[in-house]
Design a protein around this ligand. Structure first.
Ligand code: CTP
Length: 403
């Protein structure tokens, strides 16, 4: 999701430095090119070699770097970066940046960059609540810098309080949102649904299905990485929610429909990756059903069809994408094409379940895309995030053709 993005990570001297190693790894794994700048104090906590190994680039330390003169390197790096992330950000670096103090490589680069700068504070509660820090934070925000929240929990000094650095995945989430929107979906608003729905039977039981939400999460993360504003409406997920998306948790098919319809008007694209229940109990018992009989019959009724309702409200230029899950290879393509027509979709992604590595809970998927322009794209078995990329590329093409 960060393919081609250039990130400078500035590390200042706090124990939370160890979490920054994971942040660098996640960014590199997501496809970004990462360069690390450390203050002298940061090197007391983690050796530059660790960051050099993780990022694949030399680390700049202090004012002059480790091995060479760096007279203009801070300017070059400031221009190179799409975003500068300071993690952990101590009270000291917040104070320096708030007042334009440039007395080492990192603080000089912060003042020299035109790119967004995001601070990820980490300090003990007293330092966070100190009047100086509390003055500096609004000052930084007013100057256009981004500042992530801090977490609550056990701090390095054994106290429990506010000031912990947030976890690397959460930092990634803020980073993606602070990055200048660039890419195939720049400026687009997309709505993605994912996961199963849960239809209550009584206060303790639900009907649900085996969807993990992985495909929807991959679609949402990839869209955010490609520059879109992403809203993610989801049932209970077996995986962490997507990085970079606004998330909204729902339970039943009806709740998912209400959430989707409320947001569809503003969306350029809707991708329904959720495995929505087709039926729900006609009556939900208000007390727990007791096992008083040998058999139990529960009458079910159809849930609302979200795609069909959305299709009725679709405006010119909006793209609606559905998924089709089939187990019968022979009839799969015919059924997918029929559904494309019947539900007025722009694209349908067909999953034929049965093969290893395809479908619910797996990290890979094999999908065939059928589009309203008649094009059929058979994607090979690949990582769900690569399936997501291919789908967004096709969606962007449809949108360009339709506008
Ligand atoms: N879907 C929906 N609302 C429902 C059920 C499904 O919007 N109540 C969406 C799913 O998110 C998916 C697509 O419709 O994108 C699946 O279409 P559907 O006709 O339900 O497919 P299957 O369940 O595979 O079809 P069938 O029940 O006929 O086997």
């Amino acid at each position: 999701m960060l393919r081609g993005r250039r990130i400078v990570i500035g590390v200042t001297g706090g124990i939370a430095c160890y979490k920054t190693c994971e942040l660098v790894r996640l960014c590199v794994k997501a496809g970004a090119e990462v360069k690390v700048v450390m203050t002298e104090h940061a090197t007391e906590f983690v050796a530059p070699l660790t960051f050099e190994t993780l990022s694949g680039h030399d680390v700049v330390v202090g004012m002059y770097g480790r091995n060479r003169a760096m007279s203009t390197e801070h300017i070059a790096l400031a221009r190179w970066a799409d975003i500068v992330v300071i993690a952990p950000a101590t009270a000291n670096i917040l104070a320096k940046a708030a007042h334009g103090i440039a007395d080492d490589f990192l603080s000089t680069m912060i003042i020299a960059t035109y790119s967004p700068v995001m601070f990820v504070p980490a300090m003990n509660t007293a330092m966070l609540k100190a009047p100086a820090t509390q003055r500096n934070i609004p000052l930084l925000l007013e100057s256009g810098y981004h500042i992530t929240p801090t977490g609550k929990g056990e701090l390095a000094d054994g106290e429990v309080g506010e000031g912990r650095m947030i976890e690397p995945r959460e930092i990634m989430h803020h980073l993606v949102r602070a990055l200048p929107r660039a890419g195939l979906l720049a400026g687009k608003r997309v709505l993605v649904t994912a996961g199963p729905t849960e239809e209550p039977v009584d206060p303790v039981r639900v009907f649900t299905n085996r969807s993990s939400g992985k495909m929807g999460v991959a679609l949402a993360e990839m869209a955010a990485g490609m520059g879109a504003h992403v809203t993610f409406v989801h049932g209970p997920l077996a995986v962490p929610p997507p990085i970079g998306a606004d998330c909204m948790a729902v339970g039943t098919a009806q709740q998912m429909m209400d959430a989707v319809l409320a947001r569809f008007q503003e969306a350029n694209v809707l991708v329904m990756a959720a495995a929505v229940a087709d039926y729900r109990p006609k009556v939900v018992a208000d007390q727990k059903i007791k096992k008083t009989t040998d058999t139990l019959a529960i009458e079910m009724e159809r849930t609302p069809d979200i795609l069909a309702s959305v299709a009725r409200k679709k405006k010119q230029g909006q793209i609606v994408v559905g998924f089709a899950v089939e187990t019968d290879v022979e009839k799969a393509e015919k059924r997918a094409r029929e559904r494309l027509q019947k539900k007025s979709l722009d694209m349908i992604a067909l999953n034929v379940i049965g093969e290893n590595g395809v479908g619910f809970g797996t990290d890979t998927n094999r999908v065939t895309l059928f589009c309203r322009d008649g094009l059929k794209t058979e994607l090979p078995l690949m990582e769900k995030r690569e399936v997501a990329r291919a789908m967004w590329e096709r969606i962007a093409a449809l949108q360009a053709a339709g506008s």
